[in-house]
Design a protein around this ligand. Structure first.
Ligand SMILES: Cc1ncc(COP(=O)(O)O)c(C=O)c1O
Ligand SMILES: NCC(=O)CCC(=O)O
Length: 424
């Protein structure tokens, strides 16, 4: 698979990148690939094809959106059709209605929706909406949950914020930080103590954490949050930017049968193109401008290319087979990992999993931080040397897709076994 000799190309690109971009990249986790990131030239199915002619099996999948694999034909055709018709109108278009209907048909709590351009924008606007609706200012978030890169979410955030040691970002006003209260994941008592003070606009969480590795919520925890937020008239926001349409058509809320007031979506609903969305009860979503007084706007909101790609992706997912393949791939790899004693804890839900070395159970961010991340990175690098790309951080999720067929899974397992014997 490897053609050696022209690695120089990557080195030159990286040298230029270091001159042009902070840390050489435009989003931090990409710089976690050591000794330097590889540059992708094109991608197809389960593979990334690099600038220096390597063919790499991809388990990062754009950090989650690509549940059908890279450039699937059905999505590509719809995107090309849309591009032939123009790609930005500054007016509404039919395809935004179709995608909204499709989402709300599957996710029952999404009665109305506002499309934005990223998961970050989705949670930022969901929090603003909750504040506008409840006329309260504080929110509760959970240690290690990542809700994107805006001021109200970068408080003990997971993902690259933990990986690069900035769980609270510089540059956020102290007064903003005071409005964000923090609890441990799966700890209801902490939430109740804060809610009792009755000035909490919303509790926001990932119903399955995907930004400290994978950590599913306890059923009781989600049910308890639902009850408590009702009791104290706060809103419950599920951040399903990763889990929406990944763990099933109804998202994590369908899996747990616990239903939030607001849901944030992103990643898969754009089929690999930029997207975010805030969905929820009509009476809440109607507070967005121009109907209400919670401002949101965007030149690229509901851009037709993302709408078309998202619609095509969900139409494929509705057939069921993509989920069967992606889930089976993750299950088979996890089963094999489970047989090898060095991989102590493997948390998985459907087509998401992560490995934690040197720890018996991982229930919250503290547990994840206590895992031996150096060992995970050693494993990840050895795998990459063998042309398999797992996320370059302990605090991300390993994803599978409908392109991860039996053949790809067998190849992956074979290489994992080979590497496992080299890790002490
Ligand atoms: C749960 C969750 N929320 C929000 C975001 C932010 O999304 P984006 O990177 O599209 O801004 C992410 C990104 O990974 C996420 O995992
Ligand atoms: N889990 C965090 C992300 O998926 C973000 C990816 C990125 O910013 O490159």
């Amino acid at each position: 698979m490897v053609k050696r000799g022209d690695a120089v190309l990557n080195k030159d690109l990286w040298r230029e990148a270091l001159n042009l971009f902070a840390g050489g990249v435009n989003s931090p986790v990409r710089a976690a690939v050591k000794p330097q990131p590889f540059y992708t030239d094109h991608a197809y199915g389960p593979f990334l094809f690099t600038e220096n002619n390597k063919k790499i099996v991809d388990y990062v999948l754009g950090y989650g959106p690509l549940i059908l694999g890279h450039s699937p034909q059905q999505v590509k055709e719809k995107v090309i059709d849309q591009i032939n018709k123009g790609w930005l109108y500054g007016t509404p278009s039919k395809v935004e209605i179709k995608l909204a209907e499709k989402i709300s048909q599957h996710i029952r709590t999404v009665e109305k929706i506002r499309f934005v351009n990223s998961g970050t924008e989705a949670t930022m606007n969901a929090i603003r909406l909750a504040r506008g609706y409840t006329k309260r200012e504080k929110i509760i978030k959970f240690d290690g949950n990542y809700h994107g890169a805006h001021d109200y979410a970068l408080v003990d955030a997971g993902s690259a914020a933990t990986e690069f040691g900035v769980p609270i970002s510089d540059g956020i006003p102290k007064d903003v930080l005071k409005t964000v209260l923090l609890c441990n994941y799966n700890d209801l008592d902490c939430v109740e103590n804060f809610l009792k003070k009755e000035d909490i606009a919303a509790v926001i969480l990932e119903p399955i954490m995907g930004n400290m590795g994978v950590i599913p919520a306890d059923q009781d925890f989600l049910e308890g949050l639902r009850e408590l937020t009702k009791t104290y008239n706060s809103l419950l926001i599920f951040d399903e930017v990763i889990t929406g349409f990944r763990v099933g058509l109804e998202g994590a809320q369908g899996l747990y049968e616990v239903y939030p007031d607001l849901t944030t979506l992103g990643k898969i609903i754009g089929g690999g193109f930029p997207i975010g969305a805030i969905g929820g009860k009509k009476e809440i979503i109607d507070n967005f401008t121009p109907n209400g007084r919670v401002f949101n706007a965007g030149t690229f909101n509901a851009n037709p290319v993302s709408m078309a790609a998202g619609l095509a992706t969900i139409e494929e997912l509705e057939k069921g087979k993509p989920y069967d393949i992606a889930n089976a791939a993750a299950r088979e790899i996890v089963e094999e990992l489970d047989k090898i004693p060095i991989f102590h804890t493997i948390n998985s839900v459907k087509s998401m999993f992560q490995i934690f070395f040197g720890i018996e159970e991982v229930h919250n961010a503290k547990d994840a931080r206590n895992a031996n991340k150096e060992k995970y990175i050693e494993f990840q690098r050895k795998l990459l040397d063998n042309d398999i790309f797992f996320p370059p951080s302990q605090y991300e999720t390993i994803f599978t897709s409908a392109a991860h067929t039996d053949e790809i899974v067998s190849l992956t397992i074979e290489r994992i076994k080979k590497i496992a014997s080299e890790i002490k």
